[in-house]
Every structure is written in structure tokens, then in C-alpha cells.
Design a protein around this ligand. Structure first.
Ligand SMILES: [Zn+2]
Length: 364
């Protein structure tokens, strides 16, 4: 960090994806950033290809320009993990540049957030639930962190504690299959207070009517595609509409389809997929997420989750939007081959490597 500023290095690449596909381009790498070199192919105007389209064939490489075969995508994020139940330092090798932890001990999460060997981390801290509610009775909850709250006042205190410990998300559970759930008054107090602190509220909903309850109370994200019941089209229509009472103006869902059977698709998988298919088709915002730590899931990008998303209609640009960070920043995904129309994206995405700007500087 204390070294003098290193010179920028330019790489020619065969293509990149940012909101949509772009052809060959040049990217400029500094120790802190990776930027597409183009006046026009920016986030504001993504329709114009980078100007160095024929650099591969006509330009002799300069001392500072190398060809990096393949394409770059923004880093991949798994929007639902539990680092306390896995080995957090394996995730970068598994292709994940970023993760959202949706339930864990804030004292440990704050350390992982500072660890360069762990994917970029946002976290919720403790699960917030009713006294005796899910997941307080689960064996694995002992290694994470669960706060049982009986009143709105207690709930606000607990949220404030998580925010003080670095949380930028809030996780609540509404699971009537597995014990009592917090009241509407407590849920509303959590949402209002969390929003006043700039935190999105994410809910585990399980049991009939809980998705509607969460949505009605202003919960920003569902931690899972609902699987307890088929949601009415009319509810889904409401859920996908822009609405200022959600932080960021939209309600959204995290996919987690593969937790239902880990490849052995059953009725809960089908219900969740059907809900997600209709939510996506109606224009809903979907985030790739696996609930990693919960059951037999790979420590990294999960091809079965990607395939399940595709099977639910979340394909092509929509699949990449669900998976990718908004921009390049200092970390990108590098894939060694250029996909064509016949490429199965789920399979192709598994060839991604997380690459940092500093690594690209070093390989010179
Ligand atoms: Zn979870």
C-alpha cells in the first residue's frame, strides 16, 4: 500500500460483459482498478463497442500492452452464504469474488470482512427470530448467532447491535413450519429501523402466507425463492413493481433452488422454480444465491444452481445480471474462452477465475 504509484498496464481482451456483451477491447489495469478503455463503451452508454476492435490482428503489442486471451465479466457474487459453516478462504478459488452472509456471528464476520483471502463480504450478523423460533432450535445455529426478540423494542436494539458490528444487511426468519414467528408489529419495526440505517432486510420465509407477510411489511429481499406454496400471479405482479418503500425501490428474491434436493429435484424444487419463473418473467429482480453452508453444496460457484436458474427462464443477460457485481472495480472474472450462441452459459461460467488488478499487474 505504501509503494509509489505503479504505471498502468493495458491488456487487450477478446470481449467483455457489462450489462450486455461487448467485443474485443482494451482494459487499463492499475493496482486498484480495472477499466475498459473507451470513451463510449461506458456504463452510461454500453451499446458502443470498444474502439480497438481489430487490435488482435493489426496492432503490434507495445511494451505495456499484452493480450489476455478470453473475456472479462464483473466479479460473481453469491447473495446467500453462511461463512460460519464453511471454509471462507476457499471461495475465491471457487470463482466467487463476493458473498453476502445471511446469518452468522458478527464477531467472526468482521474478521473475514478484513481478510484479503476471503471474497468481498457484506453481512447481516445474527438471525433475528421469535423466542424459540427458527433457527434457534437447530444444532448448527449454535455455531452461528441467533437473537430471539419478543417486542419491537428488543428487535430494534438487536438490529442496532448488528449495525454497530458492521452489518449492512438485516436477516429475519418467518418460518411457521418450525416454531413461533415474530409479530407484524415487530417485523414492521425491524424494517423501519433497518431502512433508517441504510440496511436492506432479508427474510427467510417458510410456511403458507409468510411471503405475503414479508412483502407487505416492506422486507426488501426474500432469502429463498418461496417453496411452501404457489404464489398467486396477483401477488407476484405486486412484488415486481417499483415501490419506494423498499430500499433501492425494488423488492427482490435470492434464488437458492438447489437446496431442494441438491440435484434430485422434488416437489419443493418445482414449486420454488415455478414461483421464480413467474417472478422473473413478470420483471422481478433475481439474485444468484445458494445458501452455502446449508447441506451438500460446493464451496464456490454452483453449476446446478446456475442450471436451475436457466431452467426457470433466467437465461443469458438475465443470468449474468443475477450473478455479476455491477461493475469491474479491482476484481473481475476471467474466462479463457469466448462463448457463442450454442454455449451452455451455466457450464461455461464454471471456467471462471477471480482475478485482481494486483495479480494482473504482477503477471507483467
Ligand atoms: Zn441461509
Amino acid at each position: 500500500m505504501s509503494e509509489p504509484a505503479a504505471p498502468a498496464i493495458d491488456y487487450r481482451i477478446d470481449g467483455y460483459w457489462m450489462r450486455e456483451w461487448h467485443g474485443p477491447a482494451t482494459v487499463r489495469v492499475t493496482p486498484e482498478s480495472i477499466t475498459v478503455l473507451s470513451d463510449t463503451a461506458t456504463a452510461d452508454n454500453p451499446t458502443v463497442d470498444a474502439p480497438t476492435a481489430d487490435a488482435r490482428t493489426t496492432d503490434a503489442p507495445t511494451a505495456a500492452t499484452r493480450h489476455l486471451p478470453g473475456v472479462l465479466l464483473p466479479g460473481f457474487r453469491d447473495s446467500h452464504v453462511h461463512l460460519g459453516l464453511i471454509e471462507p478462504r476457499t471461495l475465491i478459488a471457487g470463482g466467487l469474488a463476493a458473498v453476502d452472509d445471511l446469518g452468522g456471528d458478527p464477531a467472526r464476520l468482521i474478521q473475514w470482512a478484513d481478510d484479503d483471502e476471503v471474497s468481498a463480504l457484506r453481512y447481516a450478523g445474527a438471525f433475528i427470530t421469535a423466542p424459540g423460533g427458527y433457527p434457534s432450535t437447530r444444532a448448527w445455529a449454535a455455531t452461528l448467532s441467533v437473537c430471539e426478540v419478543a417486542t419491537p423494542e428488543q428487535a430494534i436494539t438487536v438490529v442496532a447491535e448488528q449495525v454497530a458490528a458492521g452489518a449492512t444487511l438485516v436477516k429475519v426468519t418467518l418460518n411457521t413450519d418450525d416454531g413461533p414467528v415474530i409479530s407484524d408489529a415487530t417485523l414492521t419495526a425491524i424494517v423501519e429501523y433497518a431502512h433508517s440505517r441504510g440496511c436492506e432486510v432479508v427474510a427467510h420465509v417458510q410456511g403458507k402466507g409468510q411471503a405475503l407477510r414479508a412483502f407487505t411489511a416492506g422486507v426488501d429481499r426474500l432469502a429463498h425463492s418461496p417453496w411452501s406454496e404457489r404464489l398467486d400471479d396477483s401477488l407476484i405482479e405486486q412484488m415486481v413493481k417499483p415501490n419506494p418503500r423498499f430500499l433501492g425501490g425494488r423488492h427482490s428474491w435470492i434464488s437458492t433452488l438447489d437446496i431442494h434436493g441438491y440435484g434430485q429435484r422434488g416437489s419443493e424444487f418445482e414449486t420454488a422454480s415455478d414461483n421464480l419463473r413467474r417472478f422473473h418473467h413478470a420483471g422481478g429482480i433475481v439474485h444468484y444465491g445458494t445458501d452455502m453452508g446449508n447441506g451438500d453444496l460446493p464451496p464456490g460457484l454452483n453449476q446446478r444452481e446456475l442450471t436451475a436458474l436457466q431452467d426457470a427462464g433466467v437465461r443469458n443477460d438475465a443470468l449474468l445480471r443475477a450473478l455479476c457485481l455491477p461493475g469491474f472495480g479491482s476484481t473481475v472474472s476471467h474466462l479463457p474462452t469466448v462463448p457463442d450462441v450454442d454455449t451452455d452459459l451455466a457450464e461455461w461460467l464454471m471456467t471462471a477465475t477471480v482475478v485482481t488488478a494486483r495479480e494482473l499487474m504482477r503477471t507483467q
